[in-house]
Design a protein around this ligand. Structure first.
Ligand code: AHG
Ligand code: MN
Ligand code: MN
Length: 331
């Protein structure tokens, strides 16, 4: 007997119907899926076609741009533009905010087209992560649009594809965090609701252990006391590490770097980007019953972005662990 699973399309149609949402979001989601599938195709054949190396330029964050970073960025821009629903987009790969359909668009998109650069040369899992916010619309009355960058609390959805595994996770505001799988026909199917497990025996800690002595004293002390209680896992790609965390629970952290032996390498603001990395996972984690804070113990979703490439320290995961670390950070 063939097993027919519920498709993503069916899931989303029912969601839109239940919450009385417009069809515009469907159009946007289908463009995002088309982009992810195309990125995945390029990634699978990346080594064969010589696409896993560097592009030869340095990006605005001072990092080496990879061929795959460029390819993934171009793909996402193409598909977003094709929807005519996007007002503006922020990509990790371009300095400026990208204007799309400023008059007719409805959504703001914040994305990291390829997350986990250090995995690329090896063909290991990477991510495509995105956050979506909406134009100021009040029913049919169109309010004045201020084009301000939205805080995570104002996002309507965030999602992430783990490439090339065929796994896709989408969180919809107040409607939960859902995981889908690509089937034999590359259709996303079988929604399962993600809720972080309460049983702490499965919990994992995830951070770059090589950086421990560069973290603030409070965090080093917390790690010292707590690390023995949990398994440690680190893939080096937020998308992959967070993907594990959603199923197993625990905490992923990328703390501020404040004690580096070479002070130039300190990152008091953290490494990850607020709008298209931290907010994406913080939003998903919150919908899955977890939480996320920055280095001051402030909820990530409450941070007002002052610039679109703003960085932040990130602590995300099971609520009891985040509450505990937040207490330490606020002291
Ligand atoms: P990107 O490849 O988009 O620049 O992001 C990499 C990020 C994130 O995915 C990961 O969690 C973190 O950098 C890893 O950093 P370290 O190599 O310093 O551990
Ligand atoms: Mn990234
Ligand atoms: Mn990236």
């Amino acid at each position: 007997m063939i097993q027919f699973e519920q498709t993503f399309r069916n899931f989303l149609l029912r969601h839109q119907e239940k919450y009385n949402r417009s069809y515009h979001f469907l159009i946007l989601m289908y463009a995002i899926i088309a982009a992810a599938q195309r990125i995945e195709l390029y990634y699978r054949t990346g080594a064969l076609k010589d696409n896993l190396g560097v592009a030869g330029s340095i990006n605005i964050h001072g990092e080496n741009v990879l061929r795959m970073d460029q390819i993934a960025h171009e793909i996402v821009i193409h598909y977003l533009n094709s929807t005519e629903r996007v007002i503006q987009a922020v990509s990790e790969e371009t300095d400026d905010i990208i204007d799309m359909n400023r008059d007719g668009g409805r959504y703001f998109l914040y994305f990291d087209p390829l997350d986990g650069s250090s995995n690329v040369a090896h063909g290991l899992p990477v991510g495509f992560m995105f956050g979506i916010a909406k134009r100021n619309l009040d029913g049919n009355i169109q309010g004045p649009e201020d084009f301000h960058l939205r805080s995570g609390r104002e996002y309507i959805a965030t999602g992430m594809f783990v490439i090339p595994t065929g796994m896709f996770t989408l969180a919809l505001r107040e409607a939960g965090c859902w995981r889908f799988h690509a089937d034999e026909t590359n259709t996303y199917v079988k929604p399962s609701r993600m809720m972080l497990p309460e049983d702490s025996r499965k919990w994992e800690l995830s951070y770059n252990a090589g950086n421990i002595y560069t973290f603030g004293e409070k965090i080093q002390k917390w790690i010292n006391i707590n690390e023995k209680k949990y398994t440690f896992r680190y893939l080096g790609a937020l998308a992959g590490d967070f993907h594990r965390l959603l199923l197993n629970g625990g905490m992923f952290m990328y703390p501020a770097i404040v004690n580096h032996p070479d002070p130039e390498k300190n990152r008091p603001q953290g490494k990850l980007r607020l709008m298209y990395e931290a907010n994406v996972v913080a939003f998903m984690c919150t919908e899955a019953g977890g939480d996320a804070v920055d280095e001051t113990g402030t909820p990530i979703l409450d941070l007002p972005p002052e610039k679109h490439h703003q960085r932040t320290a990130l602590y995300v995961g099971s609520k009891p662990l985040i509450d505990d670390i937040a207490k330490v950070l606020r002291k």
